[in-house]
Design a protein around this ligand. Sequence first.
Ligand code: ZN
Length: 278
Amino acid sequence: MSKFSRIAEILAEDGIVGPAGFHPAVPASESWLERAHDPAYVQRILTGTATRAEEKAIGFAVDARVTQRSLHATGGTVVAARLALEHGLACNTAGGSHHAGPHGGAGFSVFNDVAVAAATLIADGDVQRCLVFDCDVHQGDGTARIFAQDPAVYTLSIHCARNYPTDKATSDRDVALPDGVVDAAYLALLPALLTQSFAAAAPDIVFYNAGVDPHMDDRLGRLSLSDGGLAERDRRVIGFFRERGIPVVGVIGGGYSRDIDALARRHTILHRVATEFR
Ligand SMILES: [Zn+2]
């Protein structure tokens, strides 16, 4: 959890965020959350009455602090999405909790921020169609389930086959990789996936989950990308859609290490690459 504040510090220290500072996140409203999640589940989280089974699925106790963090991370992705519509590209310093599904949280995800933001933009009439381009090493199963019956949101997930969750969902496009994939093989997949998902989704906005857990040093990932490989991945994904005038929302996704400083720095690759498109 301490990685989030460290990410913000590093972005400020390194001048990635200018003197004007961050656009502050707002807490997600109940009506936003209910566009992606069962209202009864949302109520239990908001009132601090999540069941033991729900906390077990999420992987930690949901206390008031965790709830506030989840509400702001989710609201941050909504803010970033609106900024992306205005400026073309915006990145959250959190977000990408893609295991939360229609009926509840899972896998360190209380609310599915990308699903909430996509559904909110559509409900508000800001966009008609969304593409979720998910490069976190774990399948975006929650997102896939939330939008399984919704043709307005196209979900793509590039993940490691032998990784959480064991019970995979069905995205519009799933790319399940074997263990140990390195930079060149990973990057070689992107052109066709970008072209095909863009054609199939015809998106008004793209949500990009830039999880850093495919990194070779990640504790959970099982893939073998380098820092340079992650940067090139981010550059190709963002660049493809920006060249076509499609707004892009970046979220940080997963990353797991006991070295918080190294991990936070790895997450800021997304924001550093994003500055190339200013
Ligand atoms: Zn992950």
